[in-house]
Design a binder for this molecule. Structure first.
Ligand SMILES: Nc1ncnc2c1ncn2[C@@H]1O[C@H](COP(=O)(O)OP(=O)(O)OP(=O)(O)O)[C@@H](O)[C@H]1O
Ligand SMILES: [Mg+2]
Length: 1060
C-alpha cells in the first residue's frame, strides 16, 4: 500500500519535472547549455537570432547572461516584471537581467558574502543600460525604510550626474560612457541598500580637447549651454551657442536630435540638490566647466622670436576670474615653461605648438581631476555612516574590447583592461572549474582554452612589459621619441608570440603595420596600436608651471584637485600607464574576493537600429566575448555542483529515506536521494565532497520538484504550526476563562453576601418594627409601618371590588383599619357612581319601582328576596294578546301595564283566566273582549297580599261604592311587579297591606268573605268547609323564600343609596 503511494508520488515528481522543462523551451533555447550543437558558432548565432527576432534579448549560458541590445523599448522592465523575478528560483523564469540581479541579491542575503556583476561588451552594447536596470531593480524590490530612501535616491540620482560629466555622443553610442565605472551597492544585514561607492577608471580626457567627426564632447558642456539659466551663463561669460566654442564644435555635431540637453540639464540639476551639492560647489564646478570652454578658445600667435603670444586676452581674463587665479600668471604659464636648473629656475618661452599643447593639457587635467573630485563628492554623499558590517554587490560597467582603424594609447589601456577581466574569468571559471574536478576526483577530459595570461604579462610585467618599457622611455634622460620607444619594444619583447611590429612581421603582415605601430595579438583578436605621441604625452604630462598656477587657485574644487604637496614632491608622478595598471590591479583585487555574475552585452548592428541582426558583427562579438569558450566549458563540465551537505539539506524532502533527517554520511544520503528521484547515470557524478550535475535541466527539474514538495511541506508545517498556535491560544483562553469565572463567581458571592447582610438587616428591622407595631410612631417601628402601609396599599390594588355587588374587602392590619374603612367607602362610592353613570332611564325607572316594592314588601312577604334580582317588565302581555275590542273600549286610555291573572269568584271561588290591564286612571279585569270589572283608582280602597308566596292579590273597593260588585281576588305570577305597578299608578303605595293568616274582603257591598293563608306540603286553593277561600302555599324552606337579613340589608342599603 505504502509503496504504491510512493510510486505515484515519484511519478508525480517526474511528471512535474518534465512539464516545467518543456514550458521553458519555447523560442530556441533559453540556455545555450541546452543547445545540441554546442560547439557550432552558427548554431549559437542561430539561437541568438531566433530569440532576438521574437524580441527575446536575453539568453543564458549557465548562469552567464547574454544580452542583445534591442534598441527599442520592450516593456520588460516594469515594476510587475521586477516583482515577478523577486525571490524566484533563477532557472524558473525566462532569462532576464533581473534574474541575475535577484540571484546575486538572494545569495548575498543567504550566504552573507559579497558579489559583483561584471557587465561587458563593446560600446553601445547596452552595458550602462543593464547596470541601470539592476540598480532600479534593487531600488524597487529591496526592503526599504523611510530613512534609507535617501540613500536609495542618491544611488539612483548619482547616475545622471556621472553620465553628464562622463558620457558623450560617439559614433557608436549616443550616450557612450567615456570612463570605466565600478559601483558598490552596500546592503545591511536585512538586505536594505544603505550606501554605495563608485570608482571611476580612465576617463577619456582627450575628448575634452578633441572629438572625431560626428562625435561630441562630454554632455555637460552642451547641457550647461542649453539648459543653464541666462544669469548663470552671463556670470560664466558663456554664450548659448556651442558653435562658438572650439572644444565643442570640432566634431561638427553640436546638435544631436536623439539627445535632449535641456531636459537632461534639469534632471541633473535636480539630482545635484539630492546628493549634497552646495550652491558654492555648483558655482565652482560650473566655473571650471566654463573655464575649459574659454581655454579652448584661446588663440596663440607667433611673435617675431617664434614664441607664442596671446593677442586677445579676453578668454584669459574669464578663466582667471572663474578659477580665481592671476591672469598675468596664467598667461605666462600658458606661454612659458619653467626649467629647473640646479640652483635656479629658468623661464623660457614656448613655441605656439607647445603652448597649444599646454593649453590642451591644462583643459584635460582640469576636467579629468574635476571628474575625479565629482566622483569623490558623490561617494561622500553615498557613504553610510553606520559602520556595522555590510555586504556589497558591485556593478562593473566597463568598456569592452574595442578595435578601431586607428588605435591609440587609450585603446591600448581599454583592451588591456579586457585582457585582465578575461583573466579573472579564466581564473574564476575555467581554471577553477577544472581544478575543482581534479580535486573532487571527477573523471574529466580537460577542455582546451586559451589562457591569456601571456598577453597580460606582455603588457604589465615589471621591467619587461610594454607599460614598463614606456615608463622607462619617458623617464630616460636624453631624447626619447616614439621611434626609440618602438625600438626598445622590439628589443625587449620582440620575441613574444603576441607582439609584432612592421619589422618583426613577416612579409605578409608587414603591409598592414605602419612604421610607428605595433600589433598585439589579443585573446579576442589582433589590434594594431599607433605609438605616435605616446612618449611625448606620457613624458611631458602637463607642465609644472601650469600646475603651480592651479594649486593657487581660489576655486576650492581646483585647490582640492591640485595639491601644493604635489609640487613639493620632486619625484616624478607615475605615468598614466602605470596609474592605470595599478588601478586595474586594485580593481581585480576587489573583484577576486567576490562572487561573480556575468552579463555579456552584444550590439546587434552598427546603426543603432531595432530588429537588425548583423551576423558578421555579432559573430565577432561572440568571439571576443569568449562566449563559445564559456559554453564549451559549461557543457564539457557540469552545470552545477554543490557540497553533499548543502545538496542534501536543500532537497532531502524529496526522498522519504532522507526526510526529515539523514543520519549517515551526507554523500550516501545524496546517493539515496538521487536514486529515489531517478537521476540517470549520465546526468551526474559524485565527487569526494560534492555532487556534480551535468545538465541544467536535471537541476531545474529537481528544483521544480523541490518547489512542489516544498508547498506540501509548507502546508504541513503550517498546519502543525497553526495547530500549535491554536492550542496555545486555546490554553490561553481557557486560563483566561477560568480566571474570569473565578473573578465573576467571587464577585457574585460578594454581591450575595452583601444582599444577605442587607436582607438580615431588613428582616431584623422588620421584626423589630413588628414587635413595636402597637407603639406610637417611633424610629423602631416607623419603617415597619411605612412598609405595612405600602404593602397593604399595593396589595389592595389587586383586591379592590370590581362591582357594587362585590362586598369583599382586603382585611387591613390593625393600624390601617381607619384608613381601610375610608378607602372602602371611597371605593364603594366610586363603584356606585360608576354604576349610576352606566344606568339607563328605563332601568332607573325600574329601580324606583323596586324601591317602592321594597318599601311595601321588604321583610313582609315570602319570595321578596328572590324577586329582587328579577327585573320588572314593562308589560307581561304583547299588543296582540289584548283584544282590540278592549282597546277600543279603553279609547284614549293608554295601557301602562298588562298581565295575565287568575280571578277567583267572590262567591264560589271558581278560577277564571283574566287579563289585568292598568291604565293611568283605572285597573281593568278583562275577559277576552269584555271588560269584566273596571276599578278606577279613586275607587280603590287598598290592595292586600298575603305574607306567603301564593301570588294572591286582593283589590279592595269601598263597600259603599255601588258601582263595584265587590273586591277582586286575583292571583298572578308576578305579584311584586303587579302590586308595585298598581300601587304606583294608583298612587296608593300606603294602602297596600301584607297580611298574615287571613284577610277579609267584600263579596258584595256589605257582605264579607275571608281568605285564609296557610302553608302546606302542596300548593292549593280551595273553598273550605267554612266557605272560606283557603290558599295553601308551599313550605318556605323548599322555595328558599326565607328573607335573608343580610340580603335584605344589603339590598335595602343599596336601594337606598341608589335612591339617594
Ligand atoms: N535593454 C535595452 N532596452 C532598450 N534599449 C537599450 C537597452 N540596452 C541598450 N539600449 C539602447 O542602447 C543604447 C546604448 O546603450 P548603453 O549606453 O548601455 O551602451 P554601453 O554598452 O554602455 O556603451 P558604452 O560602452 O559606449 O558606454 C542606449 O542608449 C539605449 O538606447
Ligand atoms: Mg555605457
Amino acid at each position: 500500500m505504502g509503496s504504491k503511494r510512493e510510486d505515484v508520488r515519484r511519478k508525480h515528481i517526474r511528471l512535474h519535472m518534465e512539464g516545467a522543462l518543456t514550458a521553458r523551451d519555447k523560442v530556441g533555447v533559453q540556455d545555450f547549455v541546452l543547445l545540441d550543437a554546442y560547439t557550432s558558432e552558427s548554431a549559437f548565432l542561430d539561437n541568438l537570432r531566433k530569440r532576438f527576432s521574437e524580441n527575446l534579448i536575453y539568453t543564458y549560458i549557465g548562469t552567464l547572461l547574454v544580452s542583445v541590445n534591442p534598441y527599442q523599448e520592450l516593456g520588460i522592465y516594469t515594476v510587475s516584471q521586477m516583482e515577478l523575478y523577486q525571490g524566484v528560483n533563477f532557472f524558473e523564469l525566462p532569462p532576464h537581467v533581473y534574474a541575475i540581479a535577484d540571484n546575486a541579491y538572494r545569495m548575498m542575503c543567504s550566504e552573507l558574502n559579497n558579489h559583483f556583476i561584471l557587465i561587458s561588451g563593446e560600446s553601445g552594447a547596452g552595458k550602462t543600460e543593464a547596470s541601470k536596470k539592476i540598480l532600479q531593480y534593487f531600488a524597487v524590490t529591496c526592503p526599504m525604510t523611510e530613512s534609507l530612501q535617501i540613500a536609495r535616491d542618491r544611488l539612483l540620482l548619482s547616475i545622471p550626474v556621472l553620465e553628464a560629466f562622463g558620457n558623450a555622443k560617439t559614433l557608436r553610442n549616443d550616450n557612450s560612457s567615456r570612463f570605466g565605472k565600478y559601483m558598490d551597492i552596500q546592503f545591511d544585514f536585512q538586505g536594505v541598500p544603505v550606501g554605495g561607492h563608485i570608482i571611476s577608471y580612465l576617463i577619456e580626457k582627450s575628448r575634452v580637447v578633441y572629438q572625431n567627426h560626428g562625435e561630441r564632447n562630454f554632455h555637460i558642456f552642451y547641457q550647461l549651454l542649453a539648459g543653464g539659466e541666462a544669469e548663470r551663463l552671463t556670470s560664466l561669460g558663456l554664450e548659448q551657442d556651442p558653435q562658438l566654442y572650439k572644444y565643442l564644435s570640432q566634431g561638427h555635431c553640436v546638435k544631436e536630435t536623439s539627445i535632449n540637453d535641456k531636459n537632461n540639464w534639469k534632471t541633473m540639476s535636480n539630482a545635484f540638490s539630492v546628493i549634497d551639492f552646495t550652491a558654492a560647489d555648483l558655482e565652482n564646478l560650473f566655473g571650471i566647466i566654463a573655464s575649459v570652454l574659454h581655454l579652448g578658445n584661446i588663440c596663440f600667435e607667433e611673435n617675431k622670436h617664434g614664441c607664442a603670444t596671446v593677442p586677445d586676452t579676453h578668454e584669459i581674463k574669464w578663466i582667471a576670474k572663474l578659477l580665481g587665479v592671476c591672469p598675468a600668471i596664467l598667461l605666462e604659464a600658458l606661454t612659458h615653461r619653467k626649467i629647473e636648473a640646479k640652483t635656479e629656475e629658468v623661464i623660457c618661452p614656448l613655441p605656439v605648438e607647445l603652448s597649444v599643447y599646454a593649453r590642451d593639457a591644462m583643459a584635460k587635467a582640469v576636467y579629468g581631476r574635476t571628474f575625479t573630485w565629482l566622483v569623490n563628492k558623490i561617494n561622500s554623499s553615498l557613504v553610510n555612516k553606520d559602520f556595522t558590517q555590510k555586504t556589497v554587490i558591485g556593478l562593473l560597467d566597463i568598456y569592452g574590447f574595442e578595435v578601431f582603424d586607428k588605435n591609440g594609447f587609450e585603446q591600448f589601456c581599454i583592451n588591456y583592461c579586457n585582457e585582465k577581466l578575461q583573466q579573472l574569468l579564466i581564473e574564476r571559471t575555467l581554471k577553477a572549474e577544472q581544478a575543482e574536478y581534479e580535486m573532487e576526483g571527477i573523471e574529466w577530459e580537460p577542455i582546451q582554452y586559451f589562457n591569456n595570461k601571456i598577453i597580460c604579462d606582455l603588457v604589465e610585467e615589471r621591467h619587461k612589459g610594454i607599460i614598463s618599457i614606456l615608463d622607462e622611455e619617458c623617464i630616460r634622460p636624453g631624447p626619447a621619441t616614439d621611434l626609440s620607444f618602438l625600438e626598445k619594444l622590439e628589443e625587449k619583447v620582440g620575441g613574444h608570440a603576441h607582439f609584432q611590429t612592421r619589422k618583426l612581421a613577416g612579409p605578409k603582415g608587414r603591409k598592414r603595420i605602419g612604421w610607428l605601430e605595433f600589433r598585439l595579438l589579443h585573446y579576442a583578436g589582433e589590434v594594431t596600436y599607433c605609438t605616435k605621441g605616446d612618449v611625448e604625452k606620457k613624458k611631458g604630462g602637463f607642465y609644472r608651471h601650469l600646475k603651480e598656477v592651479l594649486c593657487r587657485s581660489k576655486n576650492s574644487i581646483l585647490r582640492e584637485c591640485f595639491l601644493v604637496a604635489e609640487l613639493e614632491n620632486w619625484r616624478r608622478p607615475p605615468t598614466v600607464g602605470t596609474q592605470f595598471k595599478n588601478s586595474l590591479s586594485s580593481l581585480l583585487e576587489i573583484l577576486i574576493s567576490k562572487e561573480p555574475s556575468y552579463i555579456r552585452c552584444i550590439k546587434p548592428n552598427e546603426r543603432k537600429e531595432p530588429s537588425k541582426f548583423d551576423d558578421f558583427l555579432i559573430r565577432h562579438q561572440i568571439k571576443y566575448l569568449g562566449l563559445m569558450e564559456h559554453l564549451r566549458v559549461r557543457r564539457a563540465g557540469f552545470a552545477y555542483r554543490r557540497k553533499y551537505e548543502h545538496f542534501l539539506q536543500r532537497y532531502k524532502s524529496l526522498c522519504p529515506d532522507t526526510w526529515p533527517h539523514w543520519h549517515g554520511p551526507p554523500g550516501e544520503g545524496v546517493e539515496r536521494l538521487i536514486k529515489y528521484i531517478g537521476y540517470k547515470p549520465e546526468e551526474y557524478k559524485l565527487g569526494k565532497t560534492k555532487i556534480f550535475i551535468r545538465f541544467p535541466r536535471t537541476l531545474f527539474a529537481t528544483e521544480d520538484a523541490f518547489e512542489f514538495s516544498k508547498h506540501q511541506l509548507v502546508a504541513r508545517i503550517q498546519a502543525t504550526y497553526r495547530g500549535c498556535l491554536g492550542r496555545r491560544e486555546y490554553v490561553r483562553k481557557r486560563q483566561a476563562a477560568t480566571k474570569l469565572e473565578a473573578h465573576w463567581r467571587g464577585a457574585l458571592a460578594r454581591k450575595e453576601i452583601k444582599r444577605r447582610k442587607w436582607a438580615v438587616q431588613i428582616i431584623r428591622r422588620f421584626i423589630k418594627g413588628f414587635i413595636n407595631r402597637g407603639k406610637p410612631l417611633c424610629p423602631d417601628n416607623e419603617e415597619f409601618i411605612v412598609f405595612v402601609r405600602k404593602n397593604y396599599i399595593l396589595n389592595l390594588r389587586y383586591h379592590v371590588p370590581k362591582s357594587v355587588l362585590d362586598k369583599s374587602w382586603l382585611r387591613p392590619p390593625g393600624i390601617l383599619e381607619n384608613a381601610s374603612d375610608l378607602l372602602r367607602k371611597m371605593c364603594t362610592r366610586n363603584l356606585v357612581r360608576k354604576y349610576c353613570c352606566g344606568v339607563s332611564a328605563e332601568w332607573k325607572a325600574m329601580m324606583q319601582q323596586k324601591v317602592v316594592t321594597s318599601e311595601i314588601f321588604r321583610g313582609k312577604k315570602e319570595g321578596y328576596a328572590e324577586s329582587l334580582n328579577q327585573p320588572f317588565a314593562n308589560s307581561r302581555l304583547g299588543e296582540g294578546d289584548i283584544n282590540p275590542k278592549v282597546l277600543q273600549l279603553l279609547g284614549s286610555e293608554k295601557i301602562q301595564y298588562s298581565v295575565p291573572v287568575f280571578k277567583y269568584d267572590r262567591k264560589g271561588f271558581k278560577v277564571r283566566q283574566r287579563q289585568l290591564l292598568l291604565t293611568q286612571k283605572a285597573a281593568y279585569v278583562v275577559e277576552l273582549a269584555k271588560i269584566k270589572q273596571k276599578i278606577e283608582y279613586s275607587a280603590l280602597r287598598g290592595v292586600s297580599t298575603s305574607s306567603l308566596s301564593d301570588g294572591i292579590l286582593v283589590l279592595h273597593v269601598f263597600p259603599e261604592d255601588r258601582q263595584q260588585k265587590g273586591d277582586a281576588i286575583l292571583q298572578c305570577k308576578h305579584i311584586f311587579e303587579v302590586v308595585t305597578k298598581l300601587a304606583m299608578l294608583a298612587k296608593k303605595e300606603h294602602t297596600v297591606s301584607v297580611v298574615h293568616g287571613s284577610l277579609q274582603f267584600y263579596i258584595s257591598p256589605g257582605k264579607e268573605g275571608t281568605i285564609v293563608f296557610e302553608t302546606g306540603p302542596e300548593e292549593q286553593v280551595y273553598k273550605d268547609k267554612n266557605g272560606q277561600l283557603t290558599v295553601v302555599s308551599g313550605s318556605t324552606g323548599g322555595r328558599g323564600g326565607g328573607v335573608s337579613d343580610e340580603n335584605t340589608g344589603l339590598n335595602s342599603k343599596f336601594i337606598s343609596l341608589f335612591y339617594s
